[in-house]
Design a protein around this ligand. Sequence first.
Ligand SMILES: [Zn+2]
Length: 331
Amino acid sequence: MERKSYDPADIELKSTGKGEVVAAFSIFNEVDSDLDVVLPEAIPHGVEVPMSAYNHKSWGDQLPVGKGVVSVDGLRATFTANFFDTMGGRDTHETLKQLGPLARWSWGFDVVDSERGTFNGQRVRFIKKVRLYEVSPVLRGANDNTRTLAIKSANTQRAILESAKRQLDQFELEDMKRRFEAEMCTAQLVEAKDRFTREHGTGYSTIAESAVDIDVKAAAWGASARYAPRLGINPDAVIVRWFSPEIDSGRVTRFGDKVDGDGWADFYSMPGTVIYGLTRPNLEPRTIRLNAELSPVEAVFTTGHEIAHLAGRDEAGAREFEAQIRREAAE
Ligand SMILES: [Zn+2]
């Protein structure tokens, strides 16, 4: 259903008993704001149609307020109608009387036949035949074009909302993608680190004594004081140094690789192994190195093991001494 309004200067309200209106509602052979040209034969002459409640409200839930007959001449279509003796009819009649030239009219129709063409240099739609349903008084500015605009603006708002939603969806997708990629990145780092550790072992760096848990330090010092004398070593001469594994996924290291700017990975364990302690008697007399992540108990046995190396024992000898002190501790 389409609607058009026309701005005639000559609405005539006839003062008959129940009220009558004569209103031009369409003009022929002119380009309107819809770029339509209504041809004179388009609107059927003599057809009787209802008068809608204001602003075509009879398409909704409001009763028609009158009915009338359409007459057509070569220039325009005119609606000559009577108001019903109903509340709506009387109110509309009175309202139109008061409005006078402010009143506007609009018609509701379906296009039955039309044709594209050119009119005075403009591309237009020639409306050749319509099915007319009703004629309605409308508010000035509330005519078809305005109504069309309102619909357009509602559609525009909807389009903006839908576009915003699409953008949000897109943003969410991108965000999920970014997060996924970040997780992938972390996973790849962890995987790379794991793979690296499997293939190359773990790097270890010397750390400050102050960074070591006091219970672990105390256990190592106590073990040194207890076992060094048994191995012929002066406990006061034993230096304990600490190291920790490079366990950060971002700090995958190889022996000789620089670690976080604070030093170099000093050594590394073989794949699948953990270094508890380390002694290099020929290079570092009386220095034992302990893994700072040992428990206090393991720090005791590892200290004994490393001091055995300091005393000149080979790996078998150091293990034998370690086994001995473990047995003693268990008794
Ligand atoms: Zn050893």
